[in-house]
Design a protein around this ligand. Structure first.
Ligand SMILES: [Zn+2]
Length: 106
């Protein structure tokens, strides 16, 4: 497990990621920047700290998770969007980043 800072539109989250997630969270392989939106929903116990731009503060522990929709809708051939939601600040509820969970058909 590696602690990685993941950028979102409204702040960042520090989370423990496995090697596969570290690679997946980079949009551009050679640039050392990681993004929340590149990963599927993070487990709250893996989130160590978060920063909220709205509060301009860093907090210990995980964000809150706000489920936006669970459409269960096929978005591409064999790929179904299961859930879409946001990581939100536990203090002011503003959005720190977002996630999407997909399911692939075998
Ligand atoms: Zn906040």
């Amino acid at each position: 497990m590696t602690e990685v800072q993941l950028a979102g539109s409204g702040g960042w989250v520090n989370a423990e990621l496995d090697d596969e997630q570290v690679i997946k969270s980079k949009l551009v392989p050679n640039i050392d920047k990681h993004f929340l939106s590149s990963l599927e929903k993070l487990e709250t116990k893996k989130m160590l700290r978060h920063f909220c731009k709205q509060c301009d503060s860093e907090f210990e522990g995980p964000t809150k998770i706000q489920i936006e929709e669970q459409p269960n809708e096929e978005v591409a051939d064999g790929l179904t969007l299961i859930e879409r939601g946001q990581y939100t600040c536990h203090k002011c509820d503003s959005v720190i980043g977002e996630y999407r969970v997909f399911q692939k058909k075998d």
